[in-house]
Design a protein around this ligand. Structure first.
Ligand code: GLU
Length: 508
């Protein structure tokens, strides 16, 4: 391993960051931290036609929420900056010229109409047109490989549109190595002469990406599988510049939960889960996309889930803090095949993390929800509520439904449960219970439990005959934590009042 690990996450700001992008950022981060290296954010915004103004900020906010901060990036430790490609135009121009001068690239003046015509001609012969060794010097295409130097200079001087293409070597079996996929070979004859630079002064992704990875001293390129087809060109570009190439690792795709293919926003919409870390508003259409944060997920649960989409530790352990992930992460344990996204598993992670959260922290999240409902209880009371209901909760947003009876009287009684459990003699029994409760001075859970159970046993009736209507009276339905704990919490007066309310409601 190079002693100085430097990796980068290099998104294009074309919209919100899909969870696949977040996973790429995460693996880069884990790899960097494991090897005491540097994690860099580079904004690849050379394609102005796809540029979306609020996307960069979204990416930065998302990484922040995920707790995977970058060490270098826009406005942060700009040692190798700028980190926005649109601010590095002059650099790319210089390197495109170096390739022209060394014979690794050439000017091409073909108009899009001429290229379309070539394409059509080939199609009518049942062939596919590829701009490469096959035809670049045959005379039909207009480029600096066939024109005189003077003609080329004149065309450029007269403002004719051009592109700079890479001159892919002919007849070579290129051997490459991917850290996840192993050895890959490809015959260079199958490659096309990709455009590196355009006369509007902008580089294409390929040139900008390679130049920046070199200048920013990137040691490992860890990115999505969709970039695997670009790897041969990238390796050849490093060779053309006489630079050492970084190591490459192409991560598996994240697949749809059902059916085949890549996970898309549409799958999320259809099956009801977000595919973005944070909610996002499309400023053109005003369409709002859901985010994991706003849906109530804890970022550490989300990150744990993402880490497992394509990687596993080789043991049964599934719960990993970010620190543990850093220790355990290894590119060798990243799989080649796609990882199926599983929304239920995401919920499972969330539920597991809910149980590990500190009650005081959870209470702080619940207090504002209560305040919105004009409920102002002591933190110590709310803390007890949270510890009583936490094991049944997945999200903080579930807390209210699971605990409203700790704060307010039930508004209604579950009709089915009433019918089944509130019999003709129930109201009299409850009236008697009120008398018993009124006489109890120690209203602690343990004591009321003892007293009431003794009373029921003395009457020689089933426990359910009392306990079910009592639960209905206090909670409104047959659910919730230990009944005597609820009584302890709401106190004697409220307990009795709620039983009275239930008697009244059931006598109507
Ligand atoms: N800008 C590319 C993207 O949007 C980066 C690909 C790479 O990491 O080389 O994903």
């Amino acid at each position: 391993m190079k002693s100085n690990v430097r990796v980068r996450f290099a998104p294009s700001p074309t919209g919100p960051l899909h969870i696949g992008g977040v996973r790429t950022a995460l693996y880069n981060y884990l790899f960097a931290k494991k090897h005491k290296g540097t994690f860099i954010l580079r904004i690849e915004d050379t394609d102005q036609t796809r540029y979306v103004a609020n996307a960069e900020q979204y990416i930065i906010d998302a990484l922040k929420w995920c707790n995977i901060p970058f060490d270098e990036g826009p406005n942060t430790n700009e040692k190798f900056g700028p980190y926005r490609q649109s601010e590095r135009k002059e650099i790319y121009k210089k390197y495109a010229t170096i390739l022209i001068n060394s014979g690794w690239a050439y000017y091409a003046f073909d108009t899009s109409e001429a290229l379309d015509a070539e394409r059509k001609n080939h199609e009518s012969d049942g062939k596919t047109f590829i701009y490469n060794w096959h035809n670049r010097e045959k005379g039909r295409l207009v480029n600096s490989l066939v024109l005189s130097n003077e003609d080329v200079q004149n065309k450029i001087a007269s403002g004719e549109n051009y592109v700079i293409r890479f001159k892919t070597p002919q007849d070579e079996v290129l051997e490459m190595y991917d850290e996840i996929r192993g050895k890959i070979t490809i015959n260079t004859n199958t490659l096309d002469d990709k455009i590196l630079f355009k006369s509007d002064g902008m580089p294409t992704y390929h040139l900008a990406n390679i130049v920046d990875d070199h200048l920013m001293e990137i040691s490992h390129v860890i990115r999505g599988e969709e970039w695997l087809p670009s790897m041969p060109l990238h390796i050849l570009l490093y060779r053309a510049f006489k630079w050492d190439a970084p190591k490459f690792a192409h991560l598996p795709l994240i697949l749809k939960p059902v059916g085949k293919g890549k996970l898309s926003k549409r799958d999320g919409d259809k099956l009801g889960f977000p595919v973005f870390p944070l909610a996002y508003t499309n400023t053109e259409t005003n369409e709002i996309s859901r985010g994991y944060k706003e849906d109530g997920y804890f970022s550490d649960a989300f990150i744990n889930m993402l880490a497992f989409l394509g990687w596993n530790p080789g043991t049964e352990q599934e719960l990993f803090s970010l620190e543990n992930l850093i220790q355990e992460f290894d590119l060798k344990r990243v799989s080649k095949s796609g990882a199926k996204f599983n929304p239920d598993k995401t919920k499972w992670f969330q539920q597991q993390y809910m149980q590990t959260k500190n009650n005081s922290e959870l209470t702080d999240l619940f207090l504002p929800i209560l305040a919105d409902k004009e409920i102002h209880k002591d933190k110590s009371y709310v803390l007890k509520v949270v510890s009583a209901i936490k094991e049944r909760a997945i999200f903080v947003a579930d807390f209210w439904d699971l605990s409203s009876f700790f704060f307010v009287d039930p508004e209604e009684y579950d009709a089915k449960a009433s019918k089944k459990n509130w019999k003709e003699d129930t109201s009299d029994l409850m009236q008697e219970l009120i008398t018993i409760l009124s006489a109890i001075t120690d209203f602690s859970s343990a004591n009321t439990e003892k007293e009431i159970k003794a009373w029921i046993s003395g009457k020689e009736i089933g426990f359910g005959k009392v306990m079910q209507p009592l639960r209905l009276s206090l909670v409104g339905k047959l659910a919730g934590p230990h009944l005597f704990d609820i009584m302890d919490m709401i106190g004697k007066a409220d307990t009795i009042q709620r039983i009275k309310n239930a008697i009244e409601k059931h006598s109507l």
